[in-house]
Design a protein around this ligand. Structure first.
Ligand SMILES: [Zn+2]
Length: 370
């Protein structure tokens, strides 16, 4: 479980790492309590978002979270093909990364709420599927991954941990960022996770594997590998560009896109992600979530994946990305890709690798300025 746990504000914005929305999990158990004071609800036209906030989270942080959630709703959930029934309700858990005790205290509060709201007799429900559930799978999952606190005692990372079509809700776990210095990651990580809720809303299947099949997670040369480049690349791209648009500073977007693959990073032995990627000889769609040769990690696929999205946007515009999710169920990922972009994704990736050999100036020139 070390593969996904870089903190998004561990050192500076360009080291920012978005965490593991991919581990959608079947969850498990916990105790109950009567404590409800940490939850608040905001809803508009059945667009319910219920917040569960660890008690040590500052008011400032709560306010920022809610602002970024509202911005994300406006940006993504108003897209013409988003499926509203699959977007809401959202249960948003705000944890304090420096305070595992307050995260742990929230578990029984949330679990009791889930049991009250989602427990149904005789069928496997959104409570049973959660890590609160009183069944063997849930308990195992809880032991393996915890709920708001990981088994190693650390506070859980920002992630989406639900399948709304199966569970009846979206569970968004959000971990704090150091304010004010990492206000940017507060913004773009929230956009990123909300973008995943938007992506997932388009599917009708309630199978995790079925959803991953649709969204390109099995598009490596080994069809059994779970690969992030496509689905995560889009979430990273939109989180960066929409953060910059919202703060009205497109230079932030360019710096972020530049540094995320071109700046030297300590964690890669003072090489850039692009250097590591090229030296590895791996194809982008063969980088997996957690089984890569050192020093390649999934974050390289996330960030170079974001550049691939920028490359497609330069040719076709952003709407072709935002629209593709509504095609998946009928056509599948591969065919949908060809329909939107005119070539199969492997051919497009080969062209993209040539693009990555251009000068930095030429690469940067494709990025949108507004
Ligand atoms: Zn993600």
């Amino acid at each position: 479980m070390t593969f996904c746990s870089l903190d998004s504000d561990s050192s500076n914005i360009s080291e920012g790492t978005i965490l593991s929305d991919e581990e959608i999990v079947n969850e498990s158990t916990s105790s109950t309590s009567d404590n409800e004071q940490n939850s608040t609800t905001s809803s508009l036209d059945n667009r319910e978002i219920k917040y569960f906030i660890a008690e040590s989270v500052s008011n400032e942080h709560q306010e920022m979270l809610k602002e970024w959630v509202a911005i994300s709703e406006e940006l993504y959930f108003t897209q013409p093909n988003a499926v509203i029934e699959n977007l809401y309700p959202i249960y948003l858990i705000q944890l304090d990364k420096n305070n595992p005790e307050s995260a742990l205290a929230l578990e029984p509060v949330f679990c009791e709420f889930l049991e009250d709201e989602h427990k149904k007799l005789f069928i496997r429900d959104g409570y049973d599927n959660s890590r609160c559930g009183d069944n063997e799978d849930s308990r195992e999952e809880y032991e393996r991954n915890g709920l708001f606190v990981e088994p190693n005692g650390g506070v859980a990372g920002s992630a989406i941990s639900s399948i709304p079509q199966r569970d009846g809700y979206s569970l968004f776990i959000s971990r704090t960022h150091n304010l004010p210095e990492h206000a940017s990651s507060m913004g773009y990580v929230t956009l990123h996770e909300m973008f995943h809720i938007f992506q997932t809303s388009h599917y009708s299947t309630d199978s995790y594997d079925g959803q991953r099949m649709l969204n390109g997670r099995f598009s490596g040369d080994n069809p059994e590998d779970d690969v992030p480049w496509w689905n995560e690349g889009a979430a990273v791209y939109f989180s960066y560009i929409d953060y910059a648009r919202t703060i009205n500073d497109m230079s932030w977007f360019k710096e972020q896109m530049y540094c995320t693959i071109l700046c030297e990073k300590n964690r890669y032995g003072n090489k850039s992600r692009l250097e590591i990627f090229k030296e590895s000889g791996l194809k982008l769609n063969n980088i997996t979530f957690n089984e890569n040769p050192e020093p390649v990690d999934k974050q390289i696929a996330y960030e170079i994946g974001a550049w691939f999205i920028a490359y497609l946007v330069n040719d076709h515009g952003e709407d072709k990305i935002l629209d593709i999710y509504s095609l998946y169920e009928e056509f599948g990922f591969e065919k949908s890709f060809e329909m939107q972009f005119g070539k199969d994704y492997r051919t497009y990736l080969e062209e993209f690798y040539e693009f990555l050999d251009l000068s930095e100036d030429k690469m940067m020139a494709i990025l949108l300025s507004d």
